[in-house]
Ligand binder design. Structure first.
Ligand code: ATP
Ligand code: PAU
Length: 401
């Protein structure tokens, strides 16, 4: 068992919005490495001794939150953007105190920046310091680290894992069997490859069971889980219109514009886009609000509905920013609506969103929250998880505890 005393979030050293979790009092070696291999991304969670960081970008003591009450509390914190503004100030993050969805208590750590993932992917030592060996007895604690790769880059990911396993073996106090705790579809698809390349014993865990908590997981596709008690959950629905859809459609549109965009570029574009150049609004059809059924003139009536009216030249010159924002709204509104309908059908009042698609992105979180609020008439609440893209990997990590 891990010593959870004083567990808190580390400095801003990891992926977008993801901070490592520091275990200041846990000094024992933890050999397990957990991997969640999805349709778009591979997520890895692993423990290293040394509570110090790889590339500290500045400490933020106010962001530290106490997670000492339950193991699951070490996983995540929730965010609930309030009101109608997607501004960062509306996205206060809060901490879970129980493995089942609870009303979050307040805290104020906001999304942070990407720092070490690229370095890690470039095969910088996965260990946090160059002397990188085990802490002495009564030593300096440790941390749970988070890394991601694109699933299309499995060879790079396997090279990283190889190095990580070797480093862990050097760090171990006693020799142990090489093990990898794997979840996601890729745990099945890449089972033999991982076993062969890493010489490790692979433990497979069902991805739904590893999603720990959270009703709506937006990955490549979307799974909707109903959680009724600690460890009791059921997949009640899903949709293929998910993060992979946005990524795929934007990739196609980018090709049309002669550019190659990363996912982060696409999100960045959405921030400056104007979807009303692309979407048909209620006002475009009515010339005013449609008050009788409660639709404002600014409500989107038809996503991309303005595009068919444009000339081929106008279509060609429609900015990618506008299309990116429109598609992000489309996906988030649709998922919000489906989530609301499922919550209603199952008499649920809190919806937790997870999955890498969210990655702390203000527009996505705001749109999902707004959709839930709109469709439920304020009765259902949308809540967001910290480490939202790593729920499966951390779930697999904990399965072996
Ligand atoms: N930096 C990024 N690079 C690639 N995709 C990203 C990035 N940030 C967010 N995403 C989004 O996250 C999605 C993947 O989310 P996640 O890792 O939770 O799903 P997955 O496990 O790959 O998919 P599934 O569970 O459906 O197999 C992508 O399809 C994309 O929309
Ligand atoms: C297939 C999975 C479970 C893989 O994670 C996910 O991508 C998903 O839930 N897709 C949506 C499938 C559906 O339509 O229910």
């Amino acid at each position: 068992m891990m010593n959870l005393a004083g567990v808190h979030l580390g400095d801003e050293v990891s992926l977008r919005g993801i901070r490592d979790i520091v275990f200041p009092e846990h000094n024992d070696h933890v050999p397990q490495i957990a991997i969640d291999i999805g349709g778009s991304l591979v997520k890895i969670a692993y423990f290293t001794r040394h509570a110090s960081t790889i590339a500290t970008t500045g400490s933020s003591p106010n962001a530290s939150i106490s997670l000492s009450q339950t193991p699951a509390a070490a996983l995540a914190a929730s965010t609930s953007p309030s009101g109608s503004s997607p501004s960062r100030s509306s996205q206060q993050r809060a901490t879970y105190v129980s493995p089942t969805p609870h009303t979050p208590t307040s805290s104020s750590a906001g999304p942070s920046t990407i720092a070490s993932a690229a370095a890690l992917a470039a095969h910088v030592s996965p260990f946090p310091s160059s002397d990188g060996r085990g802490s002495p007895a009564g030593g300096s604690g440790g941390r749970l680290n988070f890394v991601k790769f694109e699933t299309a880059k499995m060879p790079e990911c396997i090279a990283f894992l190889k190095q990580l396993i070797e480093e862990q073996e050097l760090d171990a106090d006693v020799p142990h069997e090489r093990t990898l705790l794997a979840t996601g579809g890729g745990a099945y698809k890449y089972y033999e490859t991982l076993e062969r390349e890493l010489g490790a014993k692979i433990f497979k865990y069902d991805e739904m069971e590893c999603l720990v908590k959270g009703l709506v997981n937006i990955g490549s596709g979307v799974s909707i889980l109903k959680v009724t008690a600690p460890g009791v959950s059921e997949r009640i629905s899903g949709t293929s219109l998910g993060g992979g859809t946005y990524w795929g459609l934007m990739s196609m549109l980018a090709v049309q514009h002669g550019v190659n965009l990363t996912f982060d570029d696409m999100l960045e574009l959405s921030k400056t886009g104007d979807n009303t150049n692309v979407d048909m609004l209620v006002g475009d059809i009515y010339g005013m609000d449609y008050n009788k059924i409660g639709l404002k003139s600014t409500t989107i009536a038809s996503t991309f509905g303005k595009m068919f009216k444009k000339s081929p030249d106008e279509r060609q010159s429609t900015p990618l920013n506008d299309m990116s924002r429109s598609l992000l709204f489309m996906l988030s509104n649709n998922i919000g609506q489906i989530a609301h309908l499922n919550a209603k059908a199952h008499n649920i009042s809190r919806i937790y969103f997870g999955g890498y698609f969210i990655c702390g992105h203000p527009i996505t979180m705001h749109t999902l929250s707004y959709a839930i609020q709109f469709w439920s008439r304020g009765e259902t609440k949308a809540l967001f998880l910290r480490h939202e893209g790593f729920l499966g990997a951390v779930g697999a990590f904990l399965q072996h505890q």
